[in-house]
Design a protein around this ligand. Sequence first.
Ligand code: NAP
Length: 526
Amino acid sequence: MITGKNYIGFTPSANGTKTYKTFNPQTNTENEDIFTVATSVEIDQAVALATEAFKRFSKISGKEKAEFLNTIADEILALDTLIETYCKESGLPEGRAMGERGRTVGQLRAFAKLVEDGSWVDATIDTAQPERSPMPKPDLRKMYIGLGPVVVFGASNFPLAYSTAGGDTAAAFAAGCPVIVKSHPMHAGTGELVATAVIKAAQKTNMPDGVFSNINSSGIDVGQQLVKHPGIKAVGFTGSIRGGRALYNLAAEREEPIPVFAEMGSINPVVILPKALSEQGQDWAKTYASSIMLGTGQFCTNPGLLLGIKGKDLDVFIDVLSHEIVKIEPSCMLHPNIKSAYSKNKLRALDQEGITISAEYKTDVKPNYAQQTVLTVNGKTFLENTTLHQEVFGPFSLVVQCESEEELETILYKLEGQLTGTLIAAEGEANAYSGIVSALQNRVGRIIFNGVPTGVEVCPSMVHGGPYPSSTDSRFTAVGTQSIKRWVRPFSFQDWPNYLLPIELQNANPLGILRLVNNKQTADAI
Ligand code: NAP
């Protein structure tokens, strides 16, 4: 049942007077449930509980954490009104809701497996050499430990997989960090249902009260207070560059600055090489029409920028792309605010000099539905006008017609940091364009060959992050089990007695994990 209350640790709480409702963009009406914004006192209570919970939670075994994570997954699957609530708060179809729930549960179970295995702590041991001359060498043993209480800002475009018990939260729990979720106001009911699942799981598996809190907010005050709170040690965020940057600055201004891992905007450049255009340009145009439209373009990996070298083949590609994309029925955006941001940003692009509209869905659509648009521009104009480099979040893409290979390479180097870059090439073609490949690699976190950037696999080798502003720290990924590294710090024990060491670093290696012992990878005991 949705109560509209905050969860301060395990306790529902609604002491505030400010309330809000979620919105059904499909019916263009408000949903019924009323949510109460957390007060400063409730925020302080949540942080105090998390700080206390960290003392025990940071020390519990991988096996216990795995049980907690797997039980969260089970409890999410047991929520009977989750899919219905998700759909009415996001306008997304049931199939997408089910798929995203599957992904969320899969992520939780993947982190459970990771911590149960235990090798992720990267145990590194250099045993003592008391006889070493001129100085004896101490015994040093290093592993990752959790940072402390973490704040997670739920993402508007993934109400499950990147919100309450999404990737950031699962990774933080796996790292041994309590989590305070700043629930996204657009899907607060979905958030509350998932929060109850997390709390049930925490209680069933005997986790400390305060390991998780769910905070309601509408407006930036609550999020700012959380990020400024001295008890918070790191922040995870998915959303706009403006929001992510504001929180990053706020965290840097604190007396104790803390890391903010913000995954923000990206236009995901796609380079289509000449031979690929001439041999398979029409097929790629059809594929890209679908990719641009996927999820109403509301993916951080949406292909917002397509680049090719001017000529007949690129003209054909643009014609087919334009023809195909307007054949696809428009779909609903997440919220009227997201729709109005789309319209505003699209108009901003349309207002720029040298732009040609090559496709625009003209027929009237229902409120909150987005009319897909493809624009074209020449390379010189694009290079000179950085407004055209900005994300238009939604079903939108800009095709840049470059004069030459050199111009295309220059454009790639001038782009801001991106989550992904894609190279479309015919058999054997890529070798002749190493400059372009290098330029693309320089600007992105993941490079795709002959595919589409939409669709982010959750696995250890995934990098979902990239140079600023696609993320605030390109050294980390926000997707996949390696994302746990955002919530930990390396820690060394020097000459610590064996019986006092964490189990991962003890001589006997009771967990049988892989360790680097005196520069050799081994699972053997010492
Ligand atoms: P957002 O405006 O960045 O907000 C995300 C979350 O951060 C919200 O919970 C918001 O709180 C909070 N927030 C924003 N600015 C803040 C600040 N200065 N201080 C403290 N908290 C702050 O993103 P959104 O509302 O989800 O969507 C708006 C736009 O973001 C979209 O139209 C799109 O352009 C972009 N977006 C991009 C991606 C991507 O992956 N590239 C994903 C989602 C959204 P309140 O809502 O409570 O104010």
